[in-house]
Design a protein around this ligand. Structure first.
Ligand SMILES: C[S@@+](CC[C@H](N)C(=O)[O-])C[C@H]1O[C@@H](n2cnc3c(N)ncnc32)[C@H](O)[C@@H]1O
Length: 245
């Protein structure tokens, strides 16, 4: 898989993509992540990427030209078809299911905004998938790009070591009729800490009982914290995440 991130601040994202699980996945050839400096796709002396909004108002708006040029140049660097993603608080909210679907794409191009956001014709002309990481506004799309990329890459086959499987993580773990639960509680040494003890069942060595306890805990935790994830209130039928969809 190849992921390009178009940004005004590649130096913000690069260290994150080089560290830990994402860095290892790149070294192993599971994914290639390329931070592309939006200013390198400008044509004028000042390397301009933004201008004042027509109609007035505060702030600066990212111009169409550099972003169209960036996307078209990056797409021509690799024959695999790319899915274009615009990071915006107005987009569809990222969740584990969306991350899983995007992990099956061969190429992604993420566009991080800044200032007041994008000229509307970027949406209209490039027809990107628009993704938000939550109902709040960040100063720029870099943190959002890191969140989206991390959530996808850790789902790629081989990205996590055997000890780090994502299958039992919250939103991937299944329990009872529910295809999405929160993870059960975890404990490690010491067995007693400030009068708080590890449940006996986890020390029993009985793997059947441990599995049942964890399933029960995952269900109870989901019921109390996120009942919306349980079957009768979960109505999401899935969506096509290609740029044609
Ligand atoms: C200050 S925001 C612009 C917000 C825009 N004026 C609006 O109200 O929709 C600048 C950039 O940060 C990124 N951004 C901010 N919040 C985000 C979120 N919740 N999810 C994804 N990207 C976000 C986007 O790339 C956006 O273009």
């Amino acid at each position: 898989m190849r992921i390009d991130v178009v940004t005004l601040f590649p130096e913000v994202c690069e260290p994150y993509f080089s560290a830990s699980i994402l860095g290892r996945a790149q070294s192993a050839g599971t994914v290639e992540i390329v931070c592309q400096d939006l200013r390198s796709f400008t044509t004028d002396r000042h390397r301009s990427v933004d201008d004042r909004p027509f109609g007035g108002g505060p702030g600066m708006v990212l111009m169409c030209g550099p972003i169209f040029d960036a996307v078209e140049a990056i797409e021509s660097q690799d024959p695999r078809r790319a899915t274009r993603i615009l990071l915006t608080p107005q987009g569809r909210r990222l969740d584990q299911k969306m991350a899983g679907e995007l992990a099956s794409h061969e190429r992604l191009i993420l566009i991080a905004g800044h200032y007041e956001g994008f000229d509307e014709r970027i949406r209209v002309g490039l027809k990107p998938l628009e993704i938000s990481i939550g109902d709040f506004v960040l100063s720029g799309g870099e943190a959002a790009a890191m969140v989206v990329v991390d959530s996808i890459v850790r789902l790629l086959p081989g990205a996590l070591g055997d000890d780090e499987s994502s299958a039992e993580d919250s939103f991937s773990i299944t329990a009872g009729d529910s295809e999405q639960c929160l993870e059960y509680p975890q404990y490690t040494r010491p067995r007693v800490f400030r009068d708080m003890t590890v449940p006996d069942v986890l020390m029993s060595g009985d793997h059947g009982r441990i599995r049942d306890w964890r399933t029960q805990q995952a269900l109870e935790r989901t019921k109390s914290r996120r009942p919306d994830l349980l079957p009768d209130t979960n109505s999401d039928g899935g969506e096509d995440l290609s740029n044609d969809g």
